[in-house]
Design a protein around this ligand. Structure first.
Ligand code: HDE
Length: 707
């Protein structure tokens, strides 16, 4: 007879003591600790042997009655759910949002009523085009989806790291995504827009040109999720207790500052560590270095909306921060990684229509379409209308509905009532509507003919694209030209390349000429026909540049120090100390993973061996080498790449005197380059860390271009 499962705590403890597991060879091991749980089936039946299926005879067939085996395989066979149709690759973390001060004037949303109000939050960052297993450093938009578990329900701000979008009407979304993802016959390229279909579509959709500038900028290759901005994109409404509405655009400003990588580095990171962004977030949060963003509101009223140069309902436009400043209203802190990726990050279901009293939609046609799509997609992905009951999706405030049943129902009400109105009084009668407290849509008056139409006020496609371009530093402009050139060089149809250049001519002549030269077009095409002429009176917006808004510290960044046997121990220790003071991380790269013996005979363990820790995964490098050590490393191609890549990617390089010959071997021209800092004595380590604060030596790139 089968042994009954343990019921009381005491019985269970006894049970644990008796439990055994069987090794591959069939030997048994006694589990000594009393707190190791017994392996059971999903029915709670203890499992005696998890290594062998039930056989008829030693070499005979497997018995169908082996319920443990069948249950195990059945469950495994059903482990996958459909990946998200877009934003399939993502990474989530928990945290909280804290409100700075009461904002009762503009909104009655509960989370903004009290200073210091804290609500739990879950954030999922993602790329858009790639499949679930694609590499983190694809050139792409990043999703920045935030779920705030407020006391009056869940509020999802399902945003991106760019404030505009490709299209103006949700009806074009399937076309955009079909064109961007793998081509349907070949099923490649994966996680890249560098192919004909994508640029064909873009070239035929002038409204996408502002977004084209953003995705060809460094914003599309962030150094980490921690160093990027987030945007709600659409105009939303805030509504106060009196029913007054104010338009709002949402911003997330990273306290860590903004930072991106360079394109060649991105390509190499994808090979060296396809999980680069995931690992970064994981490492930072696990180390207690919690990333933080401030929530910003851009607030404006109908008068502003009427006077503004562009339609505030058009998601291909921004409201420059210099025109309407961003007011910081609270902070979002991510302080806990998930316990289980699937249960939380994969099953989290963001929906733009999850808003709370005090927040409302605008008529942005993209937002209107999204409000349909997100709920719909969750059914497909999660398989049941009860996805809202999953712990990651359930509100953390009380909730009472009269909905019932469906797959996996687990929160059906007790009692007889599942409808209303009903005449059963009190608790028996179930939940009732709350006319005062409940969500009331802003009573906007609308009239007009029912037509398939695009408003005339949406027809300027180039002016803000130009404004974006002229707001960038020279370095960033160069990167945009290079990115267009790279992407279009992968497009095999010359006519598509030319069509894109014809749009760029409407944005900026130098940009168009740069790309045209990069592609070696025989002649410049004619500018594309424009519905509206490009305005050249929009002033630059410094807030749009990453380099102008970079951090002034090396905090939260990673240094890769290549260390050899015999390296000076005092220098290694001084560097470690200086980095710690800065709040930065040190990773030790050694010829072999076991480590090296330093000058004082102490042993230094390696974090990576030299061919497993290329410099592309670090923000800066140091070469802490002895005269003997450098001889060995100079013969090692990966050590030479370590240095050559760091130099080419404009990184700061600290080096000991002996390391000079490795710099030479790597082809580094040290003359007059302020990014190369010699460590003459241990005390120079502090100076080196100061130099690292600049993150990149952009001047080196300009120099390389001219030479
Ligand atoms: Fe999404 N989008 N989207 N999107 N989106 C999805 O919902 C959609 C758009 C964004 O981490 C899907 O759960 C339509 C803009 C993020 O789980 C889907 C349109 C912005 C995420 C969907 C847009 C976004 C999604 C796929 C055009 C920035 C990932 C899986 C009208 C403001 C959320 C899912 C997460 C995911 C539809 C355009 C951001 C299919 C129809 C604009 C961050 O519902």
């Amino acid at each position: 007879m089968a042994k009954k499962g343990p019921t009381s705590k005491r019985e269970r403890a006894k049970f644990h003591d008796q439990s055994v597991t069987r090794g591959e060879g069939g030997e048994t091991h006694q589990i000594s600790a009393g707190d190791v749980p017994v392996l059971t089936t999903r029915q709670g039946v203890p499992v005696s042997d998890d290594q062998n299926s039930l056989k008829m005879g030693e070499r005979g067939p497997t018995a169908l009655e082996d319920f443990h085996f069948r249950e195990k395989l059945f469950h495994f066979d059903h482990e996958r759910i459909p990946e998200r149709v877009v934003h399939a690759r993502g990474y989530g973390a928990h945290g909280y949002f804290e409100n700075y001060k009461p904002l009762t004037e503009v909104t009655k949303a509960d989370l903004f009523q009290r200073k210091g109000e804290k609500v739990p939050a879950f954030v999922r960052f993602s790329t858009v085009a790639g499949n679930k297993g694609s590499a983190d450093l694809a050139r792409d938009v990043r999703g920045f989806a935030v779920k705030l578990y407020t006391k009056e329900g869940n509020w999802d701000i399902v945003g991106n790291n760019m404030p505009v979008f490709f299209i103006q009407d949700a009806i074009k979304f399937p076309d955009l995504i079909h064109a961007a993802k793998q081509e349907p016959d070949s099923d490649f390229p994966q996680a890249q827009t560098a192919h004909d279909n994508f640029w064909d579509f873009m070239s035929l959709m002038p409204e996408s040109m502002h977004m084209a500038m953003w995705i060809m900028s460094d914003r599309a290759i962030p150094r980490s999720f921690r160093f990027m901005e987030g945007f709600g994109v659409h105009t939303f409404r805030l509504v106060n207790a009196k029913g007054k509405s104010t338009f709002v655009k949402f911003h997330w400003k990273p306290k860590q500052g903004m930072q991106s990588v360079v394109w060649n580095e991105a390509l190499k990171i994808n090979g060296a560590d396809p999980d680069f962004h995931r690992r970064d977030l994981w490492d930072a949060i696990k180390a207690g270095d919690y990333p933080e963003w401030e929530l910003g509101f851009q607030l404006f009223d109908d008068d502003f909306a009427d006077k503004f140069d562009f339609d505030i309902l058009d998601p291909t436009k921004i409201v420059p921060e210099e025109v309407v400043p961003v007011q910081k209203v609270g902070r979002l802190v991510l302080d806990r990684m998930v316990d289980n990726f699937f249960a939380e990050t994969e099953q989290v279901a963001f929906c733009t229509q999850n808003i709370v009293p005090g927040i409302d939609f605008s008529n942005d046609p993209l937002l209107q379409g999204r409000n349909f799509s997100y709920l719909d997609t969750q059914i497909k992905r999660l398989g049941s209308p009860n996805f809202t009951d999953l712990p990651i999706n359930a509100p953390k405030c009380p909730f009472h509905t009269l909905q019932q049943d469906g797959h996996m129902a687990s929160t059906n009400r007790a009692g007889r009532v599942n409808y209303e109105p009903n005449s059963w009084g009190g608790a028996e009668g179930g939940p009732r509507e709350a006319p005062e407290q409940g969500f009331i849509s802003f009573p906007e008056s609308i009239n007009g003919d029912k037509r398939r139409i695009r408003a005339e006020s949406f027809s300027d496609h180039y002016s803000q694209a130009r404004q974006f371009y002229i707001s960038q530093t020279e370095h960033e402009q160069r990167h945009i030209i290079a990115a267009f050139t790279f992407e279009l060089s992968k497009v095999q149809t010359p006519a598509i390349r030319e069509r894109i250049v014809s749009h760029l001519l409407n944005i900026d002549k130098t940009l168009a000429k740069g790309v045209s030269a990069g592609l070696r077009l025989k002649e410049l095409p004619k500018p594309a026909q424009a519905a509206q002429p490009t305005r050249d009176d929009l002033p630059p917006s410094p807030a749009l540049s990453i380099i102008r808004n970079g951090p002034e510290s090396f905090k939260g960044r990673k240094l890769g120090a290549l260390v050899s046997d015999g390296a000076d121990a005092a220098t290694v220790n001084a560097l470690r100390k200086a980095l710690k003071q800065e709040g930065a991380n040190l990773k030790i790269i050694t010829p072999e993973i076991g480590g090296v013996e330093l000058s004082d005979g102490s042993w230094l363990e390696g974090d990576e061996q030299v061919n497993g820790g290329p410099s592309v995964v670090f923000d800066a490098i140091a070469l802490l080498l002895s005269a003997d050590g450098v001889k060995v490393l100079a013969r090692e191609p990966t050590a030479r790449d370590f240095v050559a890549d760091a130099f080419a990617h404009l990184k700061f390089i600290g080096y000991t005197a002996a390391a000079k010959s490795l710099l030479d071997k790597a082809g580094v021209d040290a003359a007059g380059d302020e990014g190369l800092v010699e460590l003459k004595r241990p005390a120079d380590a502090a100076q080196l860390v100061k130099a690292y604060r600049k993150l990149r030596l952009w001047e080196r790139e300009a120099h390389a271009d001219q030479s």
